[in-house]
Design a protein around this ligand. Sequence first.
Ligand SMILES: Cc1cc2nc3c(=O)[nH]c(=O)nc-3n(C[C@H](O)[C@H](O)[C@H](O)COP(=O)(O)OP(=O)(O)OC[C@H]3O[C@@H](n4cnc5c(N)ncnc54)[C@H](O)[C@@H]3O)c2cc1C
Length: 356
Amino acid sequence: MTDRTPDILVLGLGPAGACAAKAAAQAGCNVMALERKKQPGAPVQCAEFVPALIGAQVEGLKANTVQDITSMITQVEGEAPDLMADFPGRMIDRARFDAALAQAAQKAGASCLFGHNIRAVEPGGAVILASGETITPKVIIGADGPHSLAGRAIGAINKEILETRQICVPLRKPFESTDIFLKADIRGGYGWLFPKGDVANLGVGVMAADKGALKPVLETLHAALIKDGRIGKDVIGHTGGAIPAGGMVMPHGMLGATLVLLAGDAAGLTNPVTGAGINAAVMSGHLAGEAAADWLDGDADAPENYHQDLKDLFGASLARALKRRREILHSYDNENTPTPAQLRAGWIAYSDYWAA
Ligand SMILES: Cc1cc2nc3c(=O)[nH]c(=O)nc-3n(C[C@H](O)[C@H](O)[C@H](O)COP(=O)(O)OP(=O)(O)OC[C@H]3O[C@@H](n4cnc5c(N)ncnc54)[C@H](O)[C@@H]3O)c2cc1C
């Protein structure tokens, strides 16, 4: 496999890695991308919802849409649900979406290899594979998710993490809204029920310290929705995973003569309140691929320009979400619990979230 050393080595072939590999290959670079999963996007670790507003520029969403979403319903502590009637978006087939992005990268000329686990990224820029092989590229694009090895190597670590647990359940009746559940016992996160035709993704996310609460909290939500007659008892699938919730980390650094750029979850671009990161992964991946190509072309400012682009695109929304998340977490200080009004102020459906 390593009969050639690529100029650019992309770690991970989720949306960020695939888009980075495609953009760099399109710019004429010699690109290799390595992914530990045996096939793109599987198993899926995602609730598969992309709001129309932020997904407008993302290629491949329409082709992989399973159903449209029109509204959002938020239920706070079991009170009467609040309807946000105009909240359009799509539920996608994430495995198919990721596969299409990887295929597009391959088509652009990147060598996309699955079933390759990266074991370490060394201080001198060498990337060590589980097979024992070593590759030292000119540029590493770390698109290897929330616990990025490339990020760790340059000291850019996602310190705040949300942990999640999700099941797939049968729906009694199809619907077209994303359902959100805010409760004081879902600390630093929320519950969701997102429909996909006759099934739905039902999940919860909590701050990492509460990981042990995930199972009982999800079971309680599951039981309540069965009782309400909304879903069936069967569990069709399980998933989960980590989500960065601390905002953007420094997305570039040097390891010896090797430039490292981080994209997507590795760069902490996921919204700390909603946990949405597909759109940011696609956009940052594309920009990272272009920045890598520019740097190889002699543009010494390319890494800092990339950082600036990320700040311009995501800085304001990340800052607001971080502020609201911190406020909610503070409301647990001194053994207090947040009131329903505080929970509402921490969620995007309510005007207090958007207030100055
Ligand atoms: C349960 C859950 C629900 C979510 N729901 C939504 C949602 O509804 N909408 C939304 O927008 N976002 C959602 N997200 C967030 C979204 O999935 C991520 O923001 C998005 O996948 C980020 O893309 P990425 O390419 O940066 O990272 P990833 O998609 O995580 O891709 C990173 C890739 O790197 C690979 N990798 C990691 N380490 C190594 C290694 N050592 N060697 C080789 N390969 C490696 C991984 O296998 C993975 O394929 C959810 C996340 C979770 C966990």
